[in-house]
Design a protein around this ligand. Structure first.
Ligand code: 4NP
Length: 158
């Protein structure tokens, strides 16, 4: 079976979506499911193109044994809607922006991450203006969501 191609999207592509990318990749590797997915991340905004993730996301990932320091920010682009099977926005605003950009016939690929992963209609809140404790909460939420997402993809594959 071909890997599910997953694109995580947030606003800046420096806090939430690169962390989600690192967490999903690490969980898949730990569960022996690395070949089931290919994963990337992008932002709806252009402020952080070429930038590494926010140091607070790098740090919380590192504390959990994951290295995301090599990732670099990019903006979502039209070809992404062809290139990925699932385009998962971190919050409702990201999902709205993605649906506006998406070619009509491909907009069904766009979902709210937590809703798709675990059936919970819940945003992953933007932690950019919050303190370091928000990044541990972010990590826990992304780990739970990515774990549910892998279960869902694994069920689909079997
Ligand atoms: P992210 O967080 O969308 O989780 O990467 C943000 C990062 C930067 C900005 C906003 C949100 N910003 O306005 O630069």
């Amino acid at each position: 079976m071909k890997p599910a191609r997953i694109l995580f999207v947030c606003l800046g592509n420096i806090c939430r979506s690169p962390l989600a990318e690192g967490v999903l990749r690490a969980l898949a590797a730990r569960k022996g499911l690395a070949s089931m997915i290919s994963v990337d991340s992008a932002g709806t905004g252009a402020w952080h193109i070429g930038d590494p993730p926010d140091r607070r996301s790098i740090e919380v990932a590192r504390r959990h044994g994951i290295d995301i320091s090599g990732l670099r920010g990019r903006k979502v682009d039209k070809p992404d809607f062809e290139a990925y099977d699932l385009i998962l926005g971190m919050d409702g605003e990201n999902v709205r922006a993605l649906r506006q950009m998406a070619p009509a016939e491909l907009s069904a690929k766009v979902h709210l991450f937590m809703a798709y992963a675990s059936g919970r209609d819940q945003d992953v809140p933007d932690p950019y203006y919050d303190g370091p404790e928000a990044f541990e909460r972010l990590y826990q939420m992304l780990e739970a969501g990515c774990s549910s997402l892998l279960e869902r993809l694994d069920e689909r594959a079997s």
